[in-house]
Design a protein around this ligand. Structure first.
Ligand code: SF4
Length: 161
């Protein structure tokens, strides 16, 4: 696992989940699975978060919220889609109000399939995300030196406007 200079803060958002995946995410924070042993802190503040963990597919109501949370998070950041609904829309994909997986509205770095996704798989996905975050931080620091930080993190993409 990548050694990070700062404890990564994680923000969990339920985009339209049936709550099955959300219960498994909460289980990751219990002493049994203890995701905090990786230094991860669960936060409700997007301005402090490094990792956005989304459950459920994106629907007409949650689309704007997902985009807003993502745009409020400081760069560099990573997104983890947890559960098959967040990955692709899952069983709700054909519903009239479902737009699809999280990557239909913001970029996703790690996909954790499953219905519901198991805590072990969620933790594995978050650890993969930490490695990606570490690389993004190094790339971002390099880009800042050359004055191209916004482009390095998709600053001109529609989800950042
Ligand atoms: S993947 Fe399964 S458990 Fe998770 S939100 Fe979708 S239907 Fe619910």
């Amino acid at each position: 696992m990548a050694k990070l200079a700062k404890s990564p803060w994680l923000l969990h958002y339920d985009a339209s989940s049936c709550n099955g995946c959300d219960i498994e995410v909460l289980d990751c924070t219990t002493p049994r699975f203890d995701i905090e042993r990786f230094g991860i802190i669960n936060t409700g503040d997007p301005f402090q978060a490094d990792i956005l963990l989304v459950t459920g597919g994106v629907n007409a109501q949650s689309e704007a919220v997902v985009k807003q949370i993502y745009s409020q998070m400081p760069n560099p950041k990573v997104v983890v889609a947890v559960g098959i609904c967040a990955c692709t829309g899952g069983v709700f994909k054909e519903c009239y109000n479902i737009k699809g997986g999280v990557d239909t509205v913001i970029p996703v770095d790690v996909y954790v399939p499953g219905c519901a996704a198991r805590p072990q798989a969620i933790i594995d996905g978050v650890v993969k995300a930490l490695e990606i975050l570490d690389k993004k931080r190094r790339d971002y620091a390099q880009a800042r030196k050359s004055g191209q930080a916004d482009e390095a993190e998709g600053g001109n993409e529609p989800w950042n406007t």
